[in-house]
Design a protein around this ligand. Structure first.
Ligand code: 2AL
Length: 243
């Protein structure tokens, strides 16, 4: 199958890293095509960034819609533009936060999210509410690690994440950790070995769920709110993205 992996930020280094992490877990027959928007911020760390990330995902989904992808993964923990991409892509579209919450909830009675900047916690909190995971998500914890610092994650950064995860597990009485940034994709194995509890990376979880849904022949329904966007005039720099 062909899987479109959309990084909603414009960091080429992060797009490459997320692509490599996805290929690590992908089945032998899965081709991962990693792309990023043509505009927008290099990292998504707040509501303003998130709004442009969503537009960037909509842009890339629109451009890729005719390319025959079997599934799409949106690889930023705020799941920006997932609903928009579902309207234009034929195959299933998964956000990494939604995928990670599902995986963690299937493993443990309670999980903690460990993320980047504390200011992004409310974005994750709203996703927990939107997706209905309040019962299992016991806490969301910022580390104030800037997203772009994850591009060259050294030992000190991994130690910081490990310490934050240990504090979260104890404070929340939880038994699993969800990594709250796609840029943490390569760190799940190390952290899981150190912590002794499941550490869920949403990129890996979304890739495996996408493969499963595609293999089952399950797609986004086009009969309701995920129908193709209605045709109408569009203006300005976005004029080309209208239906
Ligand atoms: C993210 C993410 O996954 N990618 C990005 O640019 N920002 N999320 C986050 N909470 O920092």
């Amino acid at each position: 199958m062909r899987l479109l992996l959309l990084n909603p930020n414009t960091s080429a280094a992060m797009t490459a890293a997320i692509g490599a992490a996805a290929r690590e877990v992908a089945a032998p027959g899965t081709e991962i095509v990693a792309r990023q928007p043509s505009f927008g911020p290099a990292s998504i760390e707040g509501h303003f960034d998130d709004a442009f990330g969503a537009a960037g995902v909509a842009e890339q989904a629109r451009l890729a819609a005719g390319e025959g992808f079997d599934a799409t993964v949106v690889a930023c923990f705020g799941d920006p533009g997932v609903d928009a991409a579902r309207e234009v892509m034929a195959g299933p579209v998964l956000g990494v936060a939604e995928a990670a919450f599902h995986a963690a909830a299937m493993l443990a009675t309670g999980f903690s999210v460990v993320t980047t900047m504390t200011r992004t916690c409310v974005i994750a909190e709203r996703l927990v509410q939107r997706y209905g995971f309040e019962r299992v998500c016991r806490g969301i914890h910022g580390t104030d690690i800037p997203v772009l610092d994850l591009e060259a994650a050294g030992e000190a950064l991994v130690d910081t994440l490990e310490a934050a995860a240990r504090r979260a597990l104890a404070a929340d009485r939880s038994e699993a950790v969800v990594l709250g940034c796609a840029g943490m994709a390569g760190l799940a194995g190390t952290l899981q070995a150190r912590l002794g509890v499941p550490v869920v990376d949403g990129v890996a979880a979304a890739v495996k769920f996408a493969e499963a849904l595609a293999a089952l022949g399950l797609k986004t329904p086009k009969t309701g709110d995920y129908a193709s966007p209605r045709s109408k005039p569009w203006a300005g720099w976005a004029a080309g993205f209208g239906a």
